[in-house]
Design a protein around this ligand. Structure first.
Ligand SMILES: Cc1ncc(COP(=O)(O)O)c(C=O)c1O
Length: 431
């Protein structure tokens, strides 16, 4: 590893540390010194690279992938492509273990595009009735690829069957089972599928069966977003964490039963489901205990973005972050970077803002946040960052950063070892 003295002077970030940061008697550093060291290492790793840059630490990525497999018990994990959005990363993760089996895609055209690049066993997790989407999928089905479309409404069946008839193709379908739960005065879940009972799933399955020449039911998905996507160990909100955890437990009990009875009802009625998908990064342990589930879905845990920092059952190391260049110093204690307004989707709020990452202790300004062209940050006392040096941030969500950069700088052993093109770099934009 390079020492500070070996760094080219012009690229060397000047971090003025507060006093008292020498190694203690045991030779270990105080935490602030340790953080400053982490900043120096991160800055050194990308020295000479053009900024802004998205940086993917392959060592952390692989460690997260292995940890996710462990958390998934014996079940295979279908990678959620929306949370990755980089073909090379999908390939690298799938190459780690045959238990990373198949992809959970977010659009029909995306699944078709991935199929054309050699991927197979693709499930599109969100319904589509777009003709171009269906035609792209049909073209890959004709080539022998396995792509499954998601449905939860008869109107979707009509649209898909019409394209099937026009193209002489049989589309494989999975039913999306709603996994939200209703508690006294609280709807706990997402608004997606209206199919929330075994009877409703059976009704839809029977309609599919009447369209044998164009439709075939092959699977079921039951994603419990309120368990997989909600942090339950957020510092400073002990009571809310406690309530959330008990709500999650109650919700899991009820929806696992719903998923089990739905799967049993479909099988008993002669629908031999090839797969039952459930879960997400935040629920691998819980969903894995449902015996009706044959595979788990996950993606965010690979990059471990800001909104996955505080779950009580696991912690994954941030592997994807971005570096902005300090270009101005408006006043003492504040530096301003070029770019940075990479806000995450979802209910608008501070938790959707990028997380200042390194050096530790810097904060965004309340009145400006992360801006379209400029992001000012307040530095921790005693630390100065020179113009030209990088500051590091993390996105709140996993895959969306790939929409902002054409490639990720790949780090291994603390050094840049290459670049991986993102979907954006590949000229792709699906939704
Ligand atoms: C259908 C479905 N499955 C699983 C997931 C979990 O994905 P991740 O692990 O990336 O959070 C999501 C996330 O929104 C989803 O929509």
């Amino acid at each position: 590893m390079l020492t500070d003295l070996e760094m080219p002077l012009d690229a060397r970030p000047e971090v003025l540390l507060p006093t008292g940061l020498e190694p203690d008697r045991q030779g270990s550093f105080t935490s602030t010194a340790f953080e400053a060291d982490r900043y120096r290492r991160a800055a050194r790793a990308i020295s000479g690279q053009s900024l802004p840059a998205a940086v993917l630490d392959l060592d952390a990525l692989e460690a997260n992938a292995r940890a996710m497999l462990q958390r998934a018990g014996h079940l295979p994990v279908r990678l959620c492509s929306k949370s990755i959005r980089c073909v090379e990363v999908l390939r690298r993760i799938q190459a780690l273990s045959p238990r990373f089996k198949g992809l959970l895609c977010y659009s029909g055209r995306e699944a078709a595009w991935l199929a054309a690049q050699g991927f197979d066993d693709l499930v599109v997790a969100y319904p589509t009735v777009d003709v171009a989407d269906l035609d792209a999928v049909a073209a890959q089905l004709i080539h022998g690829k396995r792509i499954v479309l998601m449905v939860d409404d008869q109107a979707q069946l009509e649209a898909i069957a019409a394209r099937g008839a026009a193209l002489n193709v049989v589309f494989s379908l999975a039913i999306d089972l709603d996994c939200s739960t209703l508690h006294p005065s609280l709807y706990f879940g997402v608004r997606r599928s209206p199919i929330n009972t075994p009877a409703a799933a059976l009704d839809l399955a029977r309609v599919i069966a009447t369209r044998r020449s164009t439709l075939r039911l092959t699977g079921l998905m039951g994603y419990e977003g309120q368990i997989a996507g909600l942090q339950d160990a957020v510092p400073g909100q002990a009571l809310k964490n406690h309530i959330l955890r008990s709500l999650k437990q109650r919700s899991a009990r009820e929806l696992c039963k719903r998923r089990r009875t739905t799967v049993a009802a479909l099988r008993a009625a002669g629908f031999p489901l090839e797969f039952v998908n459930g879960g997400g990064t935040g629920s691998l342990e819980i969903t894995g205990t449902d015996p009706s589930v044959t595979e788990l879905a996950a993606g965010s845990g690979l990059y471990a973005p800001g909104l996955f920092d505080h779950f009580h059952q696991f912690h994954h190391a941030p592997s994807l972050y971005f570096a902005l260049q300090v270009t101005r110093k408006p006043t003492a204690g504040i530096v301003t970077c070029l770019g940075g307004g990479y806000i995450a989707s979802g209910p608008a709020g501070v938790d959707r803002l990028p997380r200042p990452y390194l050096p530790d202790g810097m904060t965004l300004l309340k009145r400006e946040g992360a801006g379209e062209v400029q992001t000012p940050v307040k530095l921790p006392p005693g630390i100065d960052i020179p113009i030209g040096a990088p500051l590091f941030f993390r996105h709140a969500k996993a895959g969306e950063l790939a929409e902002r950069f054409t490639n990720f700088l790949l780090l291994q052993g603390g050094k840049v070892v290459g670049r991986a093109s993102t979907y954006r770099g590949d000229g792709q934009c699906f939704i």
